[in-house]
Design a protein. Structure first.
Length: 219
């Protein structure tokens, strides 16, 4: 059977065995518009696999994905790691798509998706936060054709507010919290996050950080 028409069950079996199919094979299980946007906006499967390896290495069991889109990162990495994932996404239709994708792979128990932003959402406790440049869309000009759609406000002011909110979130995170970023989140991490791992992906660098205590035991 051609890899391009594998079923969800066949893709699941491949991922669980550590075999990574082409992204297009996985993407065809999303909506057509999301599949077309995958190259620009969604995490490649090879990066999901690397994150799953790091999760196993560092005993990371729960991840909050800020800007989870159609759910590709959460669903694929859950299959590869058996960790639990919470996806926060501001576009309601993508939240529905993500839930449908999780259902396709029978991952309802390991994934949850909610509509909202960092300004409005109450996030659950987690071991790690994942950022794939979730606010960068605000910096594209409309004529560049890189916006997913016009269903949410996009502007430089929104970008600055989102980056500041992410910075505050990570500042208040408890010691031991991990940050996984692919192409960053738009700003610098707060003090006391130390680099643990780095991996060059398709066009960006994947990095793993952990918040460490101040000398003397402070947080």
């Amino acid at each position: 059977m051609s890899e391009s028409i594998l079923s969800a069950a066949e893709i699941r079996a491949l991922l669980i065995r550590g075999h990574i199919p082409a992204d297009a094979v996985f993407d065809r299980l999303m909506g057509s518009e999301s599949a077309a946007a995958s190259f620009q906006h969604w995490t490649p499967l090879s990066i999901c696999a690397r994150v799953a390896n790091w999760m196993n290495e560092f005993n990371i069991h729960s991840v909050v994905d800020v800007g989870s889109g159609s759910g590709k990162f959460c669903v694929a990495t859950a299959l590869l790691s058996q960790g639990s994932f919470y996806g926060l996404e501001q576009r309601k239709h993508l939240v529905f798509e993500a839930r449908a994708l999780a259902k396709t792979f029978s991952l309802d128990s390991l994934t949850e998706f909610a509509e909202g932003t960092l300004q409005s959402a109450l996030l659950p406790p987690c071991d790690a936060y994942y950022f794939y440049n979730p606010f960068g869309e605000n910096l594209f000009e409309p004529e560049e054709g890189l916006h997913l759609d016009q269903s949410v406000p996009l502007s430089w002011d929104t970008f600055e507010q989102d980056v500041a909110q992410a910075y505050d979130l990570l500042t208040l995170a408890p010691v031991g919290t991990f940050v996984i970023e692919y192409n960053g989140f738009g700003g610098e991490l707060p003090p006391h996050y130390v680099p643990l791992r780095a991996h060059r992906g398709h066009s960006s660098v994947l990095r793993l950080w952990q918040k460490r205590a101040l000398r003397g035991g402070g947080s």
